[in-house]
Design a protein around this ligand. Structure first.
Ligand SMILES: [Zn+2]
Length: 84
């Protein structure tokens, strides 16, 4: 069966390995998060961005090999304090 899943807005694919190895805790609320370098291409001189993804939001990829996570920014109770 080819199970269809609904793509959620703003989600990112994370491999099983990344979920294990890049896991950390949110400095604001202590929730389990994954730090992943942004896959977006950088313009010259642009600093690389790191995505902070909520482990709680993980949905298994039905094709296997990973998970889809949403930005922790969306569900962090302290996200307003993140602005730099
Ligand atoms: Zn948080």
């Amino acid at each position: 069966m080819n199970e269809q899943r609904t793509t959620r807005r703003g989600e990112f694919h994370v491999t099983e390995g990344e979920l294990q190895e890049c896991q950390s805790k949110c400095r604001s609320c202590g929730a389990a998060v994954v730090f992943k370098p942004s896959p977006k291409k950088l313009k010259p001189g642009q600093a690389p961005k790191t995505l902070i993804l909520s482990v709680k939001s993980a949905q298994a990829d039905p094709m296997g090999g990973g998970y889809y996570l949403l930005s922790h920014f969306a569900d962090c109770p302290h996200s307003k304090a993140w602005k730099r």
